[in-house]
Design a protein around this ligand. Structure first.
Ligand SMILES: [Zn+2]
Length: 220
């Protein structure tokens, strides 16, 4: 089962596992709309578009949407102190995981999760045991750079459908990326450099700029 946000990394994962004829059969994905996860509703719209496109291509995906509608009281989770999303994803996904099913998450090389790798795997193992489950957690994109993710999605004709903007304006039903937040700029810069490399493969400058971008990661 793949934890899928509708952003680039997990969409690439879904594409890889949902491909027709994949040895593991039909892929299963789960997504959460959650008030504590930024831009949840905008990403949901992106997911609907991506899913429609993949199904048009005969990808076999069994998809679950789970929605938490109320934030409740004050949330004591400050950026910088720790990571909020993994704990929400793990705790919410676990009940939907079959007894011996593997949970896949789309973390890539530049994500903050690697500073807390042991916590993530430890949390998964303890939660699984608590629920009497025997599956494991896998992070297949561990060595992928953001550039590789963008490049592969572009080649597969899916990049434009993925949502990465951190400052979506109004218009939840048909959202438009702002074009100037850190994520928008990063994505735009990467695509310009990739295009440049395609027309001029010997450009060491573009290659260097891409690897610099991959080192810095992406604002959360
Ligand atoms: Zn943006």
């Amino acid at each position: 089962m793949i934890v899928w946000s509708g952003g680039c990394d997990s969409t690439l994962l879904l594409e890889q596992y949902g491909k027709v004829g994949a040895a593991w059969g039909r892929a299963k994905s789960i997504s959460f709309s959650h008030p504590q996860i930024g831009h949840s509703q905008v990403q949901k719209v992106a997911r609907q578009k991506i899913l429609a496109e993949l199904r048009k291509r005969d990808y076999e995906i069994y998809h679950l949407e789970v929605e938490l509608t109320s934030e409740g009281d004050t949330v004591f989770a400050e950026p910088g102190d720790g990571l909020i999303q993994p704990i929400i994803w793990l705790a919410m996904a676990m009940p939907y995981l079959a007894k011996d099913e593997t949970l896949y998450m789309g973390y890539v090389q530049s994500d903050d999760i690697w500073h807390r790798r042991e916590n993530l795997f430890g949390a998964f193992d303890h939660m699984a045991k608590l629920m009497g489950k025997e599956g494991k957690l896998e992070l297949p994109l561990e060595w992928y750079t953001k550039t590789t993710v963008y490049q592969q999605l572009q080649r597969k004709g899916l990049l434009d459908l993925c949502w990465t903007c951190e400052s979506p304006g109004s218009g939840i039903l048909n959202p438009v990326p702002c074009g100037h937040c850190a994520s928008c700029e990063r994505r735009e810069e990467t695509m310009v450099l990739l295009e440049h490399l395609e027309s001029k493969p010997s450009s060491n400058q573009a290659r260097k700029a891409l690897s610099e971008l991959d080192k810095t990661g992406e604002a959360k």
